[in-house]
Design a protein around this ligand. Structure first.
Ligand code: AMP
Ligand code: MG
Length: 324
């Protein structure tokens, strides 16, 4: 069975083609990262403009005809409403035109399942760190439960916003990681409330440290990263301790950070837990992860009618009943 998956929750339009053995036959994407940040309506225009070309490119890469596709899946949420609607319309058009089944899947769970496919992990605590989402997750009682999460912005958005504010460009994650290599620690906010985290105070403090207090940019980048990643490491360690699980899976776009991989990996090895990280080519938003989750759910018997495919911008990880 072959599934074409459509990702369009935020900055990236992705078209992936995956078979039921988990082989990624194609994973095409185009991202929208303007200097001034993402305006939801402009992101939707970007996705609309590139949809047909990306579907054609994915079919070409996969070396298959559109008629070889057995299932269409798409990100039904969470995400930016205008962007999500584009993905849903492309999915409905393909499904109705080709007379194939359609399945809307949860974007956050797709980040988890692609990580499970690509690593040897079985029952991990999941560190899902991306642009819009930041959650520490574990599977128990039929659902992926959220043990801790950001109370305001996602860690990736925080880093990107900081980079834009101080004029480093967009997306900021990889840029800041490079600059931080030469930096040293200066004191900055570190906010954990229970098992939840807050990043907006750190963002304001870091930007002001450079713009007003004239601290060196490399020290500011180093300290911002240091505190943001340490907060996630602390909550992850507590989730491991609480659940008794002994594996960690790092997934989402921020999983590409070598520094973050390093500190999370160190915590894991110190407590004898196995550390796994999603490969960089499927860490950020992409269509293959959506196709793979579509296949998993279809095989488990989930079906959807066209009138059930309206996007849900606030669809939470822990609302999804896992039937496989
Ligand atoms: P996603 O929303 O899952 O596609 O992830 C996108 C986010 O990943 C953006 O906020 C990027 O800044 C971030 N990102 C990508 N590469 C890195 C990196 N090397 N270090 C930190 N963040 C990164
Ligand atoms: Mg994402």
């Amino acid at each position: 069975m072959i599934c074409l998956g459509i990702e369009s929750t935020a900055h990236t339009l992705g078209i992936g083609i995956v078979d039921s053995n988990g082989n990624i036959l194609a994973n095409e994407k185009k991202s929208f990262f303007p200097d001034e940040g993402i305006h939801p309506r402009e992101a939707a225009v970007h996705h609309t403009n590139h949809a047909v070309e990306l579907v054609a490119a994915a079919l070409l890469t996969a070396k298959i005809s559109v008629h070889d596709i057995d299932l269409i899946s798409f990100s039904q949420g969470p995400g930016l409403s205008p962007s999500l609607k584009v993905g849903a319309v492309v999915a409905r058009t393909l499904a109705l035109g080709l007379k194939k089944p359609i399945l809307g899947v949860n974007h956050c769970i797709a980040h988890i399942e692609i990580g499970k496919l690509k690593t040897a992990v079985k029952d991990p605590i999941i560190v899902y760190a991306s642009g819009g989402n930041t959650q520490i997750i574990g599977f128990t009682g039929g659902k992926y439960r959220v043990f801790g999460e950001t109370l305001d912005i996602g860690i990736g958005n925080m880093i990107d916003k900081f980079a834009r504010k101080v004029g480093l460009g967009n997306p900021g994650g990889p840029i800041i990681e490079k600059i931080a290599k030469k930096g040293k620690y200066i004191d900055m906010p570190y906010s954990i409330k229970g098992m939840d985290m807050s990043f907006s105070g750190l963002l304001t403090f870091a930007a002001d440290s450079f713009l007003i207090k004239k601290e060196k940019i490399e020290d500011v980048c180093y300290s911002l990263q240091h505190n943001a990643y340490s907060m996630l490491v602390e909550v992850t360690e507590r989730a491991l301790s609480h659940t008794g699980k002994n594996e960690v899976l790092l997934t989402g776009g921020v999983a590409a950070s070598k520094i973050f991989q390093g500190v999370l990996g160190t915590m894991c090895s110190e407590r004898g837990a196995k550390f796994n990280v999603v490969p960089a080519n499927v860490a950020g938003d992409n269509g293959a992860m959506i196709a793979w989750l579509g296949l998993i759910e279809y095989k488990a018997g989930r079906r959807q009618e066209i009138n059930e495919t309206e996007p849900d911008p606030k669809w939470r990880t822990d609302e999804v009943e896992i039937g496989y």
